[in-house]
Design a protein around this ligand. Sequence first.
Ligand code: PMP
Length: 436
Amino acid sequence: LSAIFEVNRSTVTTAIDELTSYGIVSGRHGAGTQISSNTWSLLLPDNSEWNSYLSSGFFQENKAIVQSINRLEFTENVIRIGTGEIDPRLFPRDMWKDILLKVSNRLTSLGYLENLGLSELRQAISNHLEKFGIYASPDNILITSGSLQALQLISVSLLKHGSTVYTEAPSYLKSLEMFQSAGMKLSGVPIDHQGLEYWKLSRNQDEHNALYTIPTNHNPTGITMSEDRRQDLMKYCNDNGLPIIEDGAYQELCYDGESPTTLKSLDENGMVIHLGTASKTLAPGLRIGWVVADKPIVDRLGDIKMQMDYGASSLSQWAMAEFLNSGVYDEYVDDLRKILKKRRDAALDNLTKYFSDIATWKKPTGGFYIWLTFNKKIKIEKLFEIAANAGILLNPGDIYDFKENRSLRLSFAYVSSSEFDQAIKRLSEIIKSKFL
Ligand code: PMP
């Protein structure tokens, strides 16, 4: 490389080190360096007909750093202090055995299901949603293969290619990617401690733009929109004809009192499409999510879903219905909240111990995340690399935002409090010795 581009050899070495840490290139001593990830086409034989196809298609590839995270998550001996998933060691095995046994006794077939999903499950979700002030009949509910699919369905069946989706800045990485891949333009709206600063939304006059928001226990910042802001936002959207996609993924995981009012429960004009999921409470592997909206909207999405995958897994739908109807789900989520509250409090204590002098953060009232922002600008990608080499997997803030920032998304859900303590201590040592 240095010979071709006439750059300093040490610059090349540094670049290769960096690419290696992201897993983009891999090298064996004496065997040179090989490109190993998002330039897949370079790995196909020259004469493969598929070469010119690999970068086609309307989905964009993940950023290199996201591909690295996806890969490192399946490496042993890494402490994952950014992962948005419940600790697998908390998996309630006996509860699952019981539920699956009951399901297996009741199953009479595993055929394709009706357009909107298993009616028993839609009824169970309809009952469940009453706790959040949402009174929706089973006909207003569509079961999806996770809420990410709901976003995809909305993008390809309701929104127009090229229209704008407003989101909190930062926002959930995969939702941003999904909208972008579906051809939407993104426009980030700042958030303060009360949530989305909707008055800063610079609305252009596209026909089909929409607002995507995660009002409760926001991913990645942990912020929960205040009740006043919810009322004001609803008024703004009603006055300005701006439809809302409310992502309620963390709605049930509030640790300091009742869950706040959902936007859907304040919705008098059918402005809000509400999304829910079993991924953050029960198990992402179930791939069960739901959409709540006016009937023509869920019918339209359900019709497209039949084209997309013929319905979510019927086994998963039966299991979810059993969880909800047996009352086991509510008991389990009550226990989970207690565990996560303890982990959150311990994580906040750790941060006070090791990071008070170099960063700021806010106490989240629920969910999984703490958004840590360094007082000084530091090279987050370099930190990612050094931390990964020290066995700590980070989720850098800039993957949730399309501009550079100096934050990290920390999660207290995936690791035990002592692992979190250990990783945070080590991280503060790395930062203080190498970055300040
Ligand atoms: N929305 C948010 C805000 C999330 O954090 C996640 C999971 N990280 C999802 C949606 C995706 O959930 P699902 O597994 O239901 O597709």
